[in-house]
Design a protein around this ligand. Structure first.
Ligand code: AMP
Length: 308
């Protein structure tokens, strides 16, 4: 079975949107990536850290979706990473209210032996030094390394982030963050600048406006499925990354053409994530729903114009 190594936060989130406010619920970049990638029947393993306050039921919930958590360290007297955010009325922008690193502050990741030769590595959002430390432990050079990050790390660990970006193949980043990282407003110019920092492929996520894949002067754009109701966008970016990397792990084809499909799979899965709070929708997702929505995606983007 194809292996996918996932790194990222496993967290408690507290979310406020115009539809309501949650208590501390299950969240974290690696959680959303794992749940999304689990739709591809691959061997996905997470490297992360949580505290003794993290319910074992949450770990079981990941295991029940065939996500391997042997690389998730539990620090008995530590506290789990906590993030709290509040969305504006348009749901496209949000304010981070609290980021408590807790056990993540001095986390030394240990990659389980079994995943040291994973062909696809998904470096989800967390400290760039941890992302680097994971790459250092790979015994086989991965076929593809995908990295996701956010403005928080650009603010507090820019040099470490630039170092790890030199070592990766694909970066997935949202539009605002692409502008911050590159200093360019135009997303085409931003992608060009980020490409010069290391990655061959740049994927810019534009929330409800879809995702743009840029490589070697070529571009591919996938819209987001227009949805009547968006309850909570938290984790949509990570769900996209999980769908993107999960599909590539499943197919082991890292050509530009296949990456276009990966962008579609990522967008498709992310469209479910936003329909309920936190991980709720991803936990109830069925294969049939995924396939049906892929059909909708196809219809949405297909047209026939005869070019002379
Ligand atoms: P997204 O909405 O895709 O940007 O991801 C939201 C998820 O990222 C939440 O579940 C948070 O727990 C997690 N998160 C928020 N801030 C950070 C951070 N600085 N590093 C890693 N994960 C984070």
């Amino acid at each position: 079975m194809s292996k996918l190594l996932i790194v990222g936060t496993v967290a408690f989130d507290q979310i406020e949107t115009p539809f309501g406010k949650t208590d501390r619920i299950l969240g974290g970049a690696a959680t959303f990536i794992g749940l999304s990638a689990s739709n591809f029947s691959i061997d996905a393993g997470i490297v992360s850290v949580v505290g003794g306050d993290f319910p074992l039921d949450y770990i079981k919930l990941l295991n029940d979706r065939n996500i391997d958590t042997t690389g998730v360290e539990i620090v008995p007297d530590g506290k789990t990473f906590f993030w709290s955010g509040k969305y504006h009325n348009d749901m496209n922008s949000r304010d981070t209210l609290i980021t408590e690193l807790n056990t993540l502050a001095d986390f030394n990741p240990i990659v389980p032996e079994k995943y040291k030769d994973a062909p696809i590595v998904m470096l989800g959002n967390l400290h760039p030094s941890v992302q680097s430390a994971v790459l250092d432990q790979m015994t086989e050079t991965p076929k593809l390394v995908v990295l996701d990050t956010m403005n928080f790390w650009m603010d507090v660990a820019l040099e470490e982030l630039k170092e790890v970006i030199k070592r990766i193949d694909v970066i997935t980043i949202n539009d605002e963050e692409a502008r911050q990282l590159s200093g360019e407003y135009s997303l085409v110019n931003a992608a060009k600048k980020i490409h010069e920092m290391g990655p061959e492929y740049v994927v810019i996520k534009k929330g409800e406006h879809g995702a743009l894949l840029v490589h070697d002067g070529k571009m591919f754009y996938a819209p987001a499925l227009p949805l009547a109701e968006v309850y909570d966008p938290t984790g949509a970016g990570d769900t996209f990354a999980g769908g993107f990397s999960g599909y590539l792990a499943k197919t082991e084809d890292i050509s530009f053409e296949n990456m276009k499909n990966a962008v579609i799979y990522g967008s498709n899965l992310a469209s479910f994530c936003v329909e309920k709070f936190g991980t709720e929708r991803m936990l109830s997702l069925t294969k049939e729903e995924v396939t049906n929505r892929l059909h909708e995606f196809k219809i949405l983007t297909q047209f026939e114009i005869e070019l002379t």
